[in-house]
Each structure stands twice: as structure tokens, then as C-alpha cells.
Design a protein around this ligand. Structure first.
Ligand code: CU
Length: 137
């Protein structure tokens, strides 16, 4: 009788350990936090939408939804035309490098203000956009 009880208890213990292992195995891997805004990059040489607003500390995600190579370049030093890019005072320039079709680029904005950025291959076609970063309330 005693032996039976012990067997039953250890069986229950094994079951509960197994179910704990199963439930932790079913937990999906931790996904990166969702961006505060998403911008597409189109075959018609546009950032869509061309203006987004995020709070300071917010992240914008650009997705190359086209069949072309684009860049996301917030760096006045890389512009050849007046007004292609601008940064708030104290903000670091950023540049995605070449983004192939379906590539994704993210940037987090830690300085409030208005950012103008452009696409290097399509600067002449005025492929540019604006990110407005609002200060903390
Ligand atoms: Cu482009």
C-alpha cells in the first residue's frame, strides 16, 4: 500500500514537471517592441506616409515595400540638394545604407524636433520624408 502511494505521488510529480516544461516550450520567443510609426518605401519613389509623428524616445520603422533599393538618410552632409535633410540641434545623423526590397530599418529618436531625411539614389526625384519628434509632456 505504501509503495503504491509513493509511486502515485512520484507519477503526479513527473506529470506536473512535464506540463511545466511543455507550457514554457509553448511560450513564443520575445518579439522586439512594436515601432511607434511605420513608413513604407514605394516603387513610385515616395516614403509613405511622408510625415510621421512620434514621442521622444520613439522608434520609426521603415519597410522597403518596393522592388527598388532605397536608403533612409537623415544626414545633411550626405545631401547634394538644399533641403534634402535637416536635424534638430544636438541630434546625431543617421543612415540606413542600401535597403534591398523587403529590408527593414529602425531608428530611435532621442532628441525632440523636426527631422528631414531623404533617399540617396532618389534624392533628385525628391524622395524625402519628415519625422516630428515631440518632447515629453
Ligand atoms: Cu529611393
Amino acid at each position: 500500500m505504501m509503495t503504491f502511494r509513493i509511486t502515485l505521488l512520484s507519477g503526479l510529480f513527473t506529470l506536473s514537471v512535464l506540463s511545466a516544461a511543455c507550457s514554457s516550450a509553448q511560450t513564443p520567443p520575445k518579439a522586439p517592441p512594436a515601432p511607434d510609426a511605420v513608413v513604407g518605401m514605394t516603387n513610385t519613389l515616395r516614403f509613405e506616409p511622408d510625415t510621421v509623428r512620434v514621442p521622444v524616445g520613439g522608434t520609426v520603422e521603415w519597410r522597403n515595400t518596393s522592388l527598388l533599393v532605397h536608403t533612409v538618410t537623415g544626414d545633411p552632409a550626405r545631401a547634394t540638394l538644399e533641403g534634402s535633410a535637416r536635424l534638430p540641434e544636438g541630434a546625431e545623423p543617421f543612415d540606413s545604407g542600401n535597403l534591398e526590397p523587403e529590408a527593414v530599418f529602425r531608428h530611435t529618436f532621442t532628441v525632440p524636433g523636426v527631422y528631414g531625411y531623404f533617399c540617396i539614389p532618389h534624392e533628385g526625384a525628391k524622395m524625402k520624408g519628415v519625422v516630428i519628434v515631440s518632447p515629453k509632456q
